[in-house]
Design a protein around this ligand. Structure first.
Ligand SMILES: [Zn+2]
Length: 362
């Protein structure tokens, strides 16, 4: 994995850049190459190339049956979705019959229209809450995206950041390297069109692709109100969406108490491979349990604090933050890596926020 040289810039700057564009998908500043992993005969996971330009693509999984193909998530940039489609056509001459959006964040569904254009009889599947969230949020996301990219590009060209502060020489140099990528993303947003799911489900959808059984399940709330997972019962492959993100979870919104239960139900499927929403393929349940333990600890500690202060709606999360300590988990996620440790700390702040906000809404 390639790493940029100035973590300070990454944190102050890139994470806020990305917060603008992706509903909840942080960037974390990593750059990585496109990687394809064969999980079984006819089952592939694609990790997309990631650059420091707000281009945050969720993983895509391709499941090929004797009659048709099932794809999980259409990523952030339509151009990359088209690359995936070209790759699929090299693997098989069968059409993509189903595209699942695991949740509403646009780093998993901006490419929907690219798939529908390529496969006109395609069904785009989502859990019903995900379809509602996409219908609410995604048209505006696309409209705002182009404008926000244009604004940031204009600021960079003047040597400034989004807040109009002058960037240091070093930062300006890095920003100049980003400009071509940003201009490309802006151009993609300008031509993007919202393509909603065409087939909504509530609890489950079992699909036979021809010699290949695919189970789509809603196991409860977690990262969003409508997370769908995909399970291949014969191959024991689980596609998790952003219920699992490796190496540091995404906790910018979601429902941690229920998330723990959803993760436990995922573990009960006894998967031998797990494709997370972002990051590398996992081959056992160790990381799943680690994420569940982290979230359970956050829930338990926040609840203990609420017992002390009383009705959370009358308080701010800052009233309890000092009483919640998740640092025991830091090295279990980050090892000795300082950048990952910083990402962990940032994630932990958000995790406490969403646990507290959820409690305040009860
Ligand atoms: Zn994502």
């Amino acid at each position: 994995m390639l790493r940029p040289h100035t973590p300070a810039l990454r944190w102050s700057f890139f994470s806020s850049l990305v917060a603008l564009f992706v509903v909840a998908g942080p960037l974390f500043g990593d750059t990585s190459e496109r990687q394809v992993t064969k999980l079984a005969d006819g089952v592939y996971a694609i990790q997309h190339q990631s650059l420091n330009d707000g281009n945050v693509n969720g993983n895509t999984t391709v499941i090929i049956g004797a009659r048709e193909v099932f794809v999980v998530d259409s990523c952030f940039l339509p151009s990359l979705a088209r690359e995936d489609i070209a790759q699929i056509r090299q693997w098989t001459d069968k059409p993509v019959g189903y595209l699942l959006n695991t949740h509403f964040h646009n780093d998993h569904n901006n490419g929907n229209k690219a798939y529908l254009d390529a496969f006109p009889s395609l069904a785009i599947v989502a859990q019903e809450e995900t379809k509602k969230d996409m219908d609410l949020i995604q048209p505006g996301n696309i409209e705002r995206g182009a404008k926000q990219y244009a604004a940031i590009i204009a600021a960079f060209k003047q040597g400034k950041d989004q807040q109009g502060r002058t960037l240091s020489e070093d930062d300006q140099k890095q920003v100049r390297d980003l400009l071509p990528g940003l201009e490309n993303v802006e151009a993609e947003f300008k031509t993007m069109a919202y393509q909603p799911p065409t087939l909504a489900f509530t609890d489950k959808l079992d699909i036979e692709l021809g010699n290949r059984e695919v189970q789509v399940k809603y196991l409860g709330r977690g990262n969003t109100a409508g997370d769908a997972i995909v399970f291949l019962p014969k191959e024991k492959i689980l596609v998790a969406g952003d219920l699992l993100v490796h190496p540091i979870p995404y906790t910018y919104d979601g429902y941690p108490a229920e998330w723990v239960q959803t993760l436990q139900k995922m573990a009960q499927l006894e998967p031998s491979s797990i494709v997370p929403g972002h990051g590398r393929i996992l081959h056992d349940k160790t990381y799943l349990y680690l994420v569940a333990d982290l979230m359970q600890s956050a829930v338990d500690q926040v609840r203990a604090q609420i017992r002390k202060i009383g009705f959370p709606g009358a308080h701010s999360v800052d009233d309890i933050r000092g009483g919640v300590d998740l640092t025991q988990f830091r090295s279990r996620f980050a090892g000795e890596d300082k950048d990952l440790a910083a990402q962990f700390d940032d994630m932990a702040v958000h995790l406490v926020n969403i646990v507290f906000n959820g409690a305040a809404l009860r």
